[in-house]
Write a protein that binds this ligand. Structure first.
Ligand code: 1CP
Length: 389
């Protein structure tokens, strides 16, 4: 597994040596072709038959871990994100403690917005709060183009530091266009996204310009993370499920497609996720995703029917089950695995780890996923465990 004590053992890599969005990306032309020696996670994302189902948890780094809370006592969230040694350390913490099959970069979906000129703070107990929300064409000017090399070199450096210590893939990520637009327009977290939908329906030109800019920010950010060593990326359009399918198709899909088509040459698996997206699942795939993250509201076998066999599914245990007695939780873990069908499935929660979750429970889930799927495909699953073409 990963070694401990990253902060003392890893030499600092000079800033600014990673390629930005304009620099040539080695990934497309120089990345080794897919091979059986590739990490389990990547083979599962590609839909290949695997010896067992890989597992990681959204929000695995963070408040459920005492070692994260210890770092947080001395540094704010963005301070951690902007200090590569700290951000790499908290990226590695869950891999060491839980034995998961992937690390996820420690950052936040709103960080590139702050780096692109938006006055934004993460307020404890609230989330991202924007001093002056974007509600007009004039406001939109405050959102500058995002150049990761100059505006946020610490992200690529965090990726490099973490990857040097990891023996599992690092997943990079970016916020999806609807979710970031919602924070910018509402000025912070919202239950209804009412102002967001008001702009979407009422000022479609302004909306489209905003979403194009947000797509460009995500593209630049993802390309820079992959160039620095991320081996898969996830687009968190967490709140896109606030929309009906027609509205998503008309008002968000063009921007999502832009992100997926401008990252296709990176040749890494790209995951598309949002909560409450049962009705949107085929559209999340149509954006160009290789993998669709499914929340706990849709059983994985039903999700697969909606998505088609070409798409790998990721999920989808209800995070609240991690607070239930072990036997009940274990039964649900097995149910998720059985509905996932063994092939083309990466085990995860249906949304992020709740802060009150015990890390010991997460570790036990990892072990249980291994025990339940380790013996290779079970007889009844054998048919489904053939490669999908
Ligand atoms: O100070 C803290 O520790 C506050 C909690 C916290 C953390 C740990 C926030 C504030 N952001 C983060 C880091 C973070 N954010 C990560 C890395 C950790 C990991 O996954 O292991 C990631 C992937 C994110 C992504 C993120 N931020 C999303 C998408 C994922 C999801 O949960 O749907 C969203 C929606 C955000 C916004 C955000 N940042 C923080 C909070 C509390 C919120 C949500 C606020 C809201 O309800 O709208």
């Amino acid at each position: 597994m990963v070694s401990s004590g990253l902060m003392s053992s890893v030499p600092t890599v000079p800033h600014g040596s990673a390629a930005g969005p304009d620099a040539p990306v080695c990934a497309a032309s120089e990345r080794a072709p897919a091979s059986n020696d590739d990490p389990l996670l990547l083979r599962a994302y590609r839909g290949e038959p695997v010896e067992r189902v890989p597992v990681w948890f959204m929000r695995q780094a963070g408040r459920s871990l005492p070692e994260y809370r210890a770092v947080r006592e001395h540094a704010g969230l963005f301070e951690i994100c902007r200090t590569p040694e700290l951000a790499a350390e908290v990226t590695l913490q869950p891999v060491r403690r839980l034995g998961v099959d992937a690390a996820i970069l420690f950052s936040d979906i709103t960080l590139p917005l702050a780096a692109a000129g938006i006055d934004l703070e993460i307020v404890p107990g609230v989330g991202p709060v924007i001093a002056e929300p974007i509600r007009s064409t004039a406001d939109l000017r405050r959102l500058r183009p995002f150049h990761p090399d100059e505006d946020a070199p610490y992200v690529a450096e965090t990726v490099r530091l973490a990857v040097a210590e990891l023996d599992v893939p690092l997943i990079g990520f970016a916020g999806g266009p609807f979710t970031l637009a919602s924070y910018l327009i509402e000025g912070g977290p919202s239950k209804t996204h009412a102002r967001t939908r008001k702009m979407m329906y009422g000022e479609p030109l302004l909306w489209r310009r905003l979403l194009e800019e947000l797509a460009d920010i995500a593209i630049a950010s993802l390309r820079s993370q992959v160039t620095a060593g991320a081996e898969a990326v996830q687009i968190f359009d967490s709140w896109a499920g606030a929309l009906d399918p027609d509205s998503y198709r008309d008002f968000v899909l063009p921007a999502s497609r832009r992100i997926f088509s401008a990252t296709a040459d990176l040749n890494v698996p790209r995951i598309h996720f949002g909560v409450c997206t049962g009705e949107l699942l085929p559209l999340l795939a149509a954006a160009g995703a290789d993998v669709v993250g499914v929340d706990w509201r849709v059983p994985l076998d039903a999700a697969r029917t909606r998505l088609g066999e070409e798409i790998t599914v990721q999920g989808n245990l209800d995070p609240a089950l991690c607070l239930a007695p072990w036997e009940i939780l274990a039964e649900h873990v097995r149910a998720v695995l059985d509905r996932g069908g063994g092939t083309g499935h990466v085990f995860n929660l249906g949304h992020g780890v709740l802060p009150e979750t015990s890390p010991d429970v997460l570790r036990r889930i990892v072990e249980h996923v291994r025990e339940h799927t380790d013996a290779g495909p079970r007889t009844e699953d054998a048919e489904r465990s053939v490669p999908r073409v």
